[in-house]
Design a protein around this ligand. Structure first.
Ligand code: NCD
Length: 304
């Protein structure tokens, strides 16, 4: 039985195959419409979500399966003090696969140790978010035509932004990748992630001003400052508007830049940028559903 707890649980080949399946689903949706008939996905969300939970549920429905679950901890027995392990052992009696989001780092890994069915990490605290990364990779491949030879800028909250950590671990496996990390000092990429880059000899720089580097980027990955992970509201208020991508800054960028954002956006991309063809974030949302379909087929070991 396979789980997806960290993007590194998948080989580069497996990721490439998932992207090929997603492309095939996009091209031939009817071929997949009954693939997961009779199967059930449980979405256990102990933290808020719009895209991740609903795209998982939509993905399961498009494959002919069914969904059950909860979208907040207070409507589950977690509110009575039940452990994640007991919740998962219970839900594993009802469902064939579980997608779980939890504020505690490592909670899905603990769940996987006792779960009778595959666990998918749908975001654990400020740690990992592997299915967002699958979404991001398909988006980069579709927008840029490649995953090699790219200069990737990650901008915003690189400390608490779990999507960035998973994206770095995935993209560093492709050839000739250079990272440009743009953040205030307080929100730098954690050392444990930088150490992996150093160990593998991957090139990166850390800067504070987006304007200075935007013209060098192939991909710009914007992120929200993660308010819910701050210890102190004053610090959040001081840092929340560190970066705002607007029409003026887009003028400094390359004509073939791809702007991604895992969403939700708060203030970090002006809505005026949405009409720019380089703004990919709503196409990225659509890709997420197809990548999750491909992942569900893989974990449930079903071929079209
Ligand atoms: C992200 C998350 O939950 O980490 N959202 C998402 O899943 N698309 C990003 C965020 O909340 O800022």
């Amino acid at each position: 039985m396979r789980h997806l707890l960290d993007i590194r649980d998948l080989t580069t080949n497996e990721i490439d195959e998932l992207m090929d399946t997603a492309e095939d689903i996009i091209a031939n949706p009817k071929k997949y419409a009954e693939c997961l008939h009779g199967k059930k996905l449980a979405t256990l969300f102990f933290e808020p979500s719009t895209r991740t939970r609903l795209s998982f549920e939509a993905a399961m429905m498009e494959l002919g399966g069914n969904v059950l679950g909860f979208s907040e901890a207070k409507s589950s027995s977690a509110a009575k003090g039940e452990s994640v392990g007991d919740t998962v052992r219970t839900v594993g009696c009802y469902a064939d696969v579980i997608a779980m989001r939890h504020p505690r780092e490592g909670a899905p890994t603990a769940a996987a140790m006792v779960s009778p069915v595959p666990i998918i990490n749908a975001g654990d605290g400020g740690h990992n978010h592997p299915t967002q990364t699958l979404t991001d990779l398909l988006t980069i491949r579709r927008e840029k035509g490649r995953l090699n030879q790219l200069v990737i800028g990650c901008c915003g909250d690189l400390k608490f932004g779990r999507t960035v950590h998973s994206l770095i671990h995935a993209m560093m496996r492709y050839k000739s990748i250079r990272f440009v990390f743009i953040s205030p000092k307080e929100l730098r990429v954690p050392d444990y992630v930088l150490e992996t880059l150093q160990k593998h000899g991957i090139s990166y720089v850390e800067v504070e001003k987006l304007e200075d580097v935007i013209g060098t980027l192939d991909v710009l990955y914007m992120t929200r400052v993660q308010r819910e992970r701050f210890f102190n509201e004053e610090e959040y208020l001081r840092l929340k508007d560190s970066y705002i991508l607007d029409v003026e800054k887009m003028k400094l960028a390359r004509k073939d830049l791809a702007v991604l954002h895992p969403l939700p956006r708060v203030n970090e991309i002006s809505v005026k940028v949405d009409d720019d063809p380089r703004a990919c974030y709503f196409r990225q949302v659509a890709n997420g559903k197809y990548m999750r379909e491909a992942l569900l087929l893989k974990l449930l070991e079903v071929d079209a």
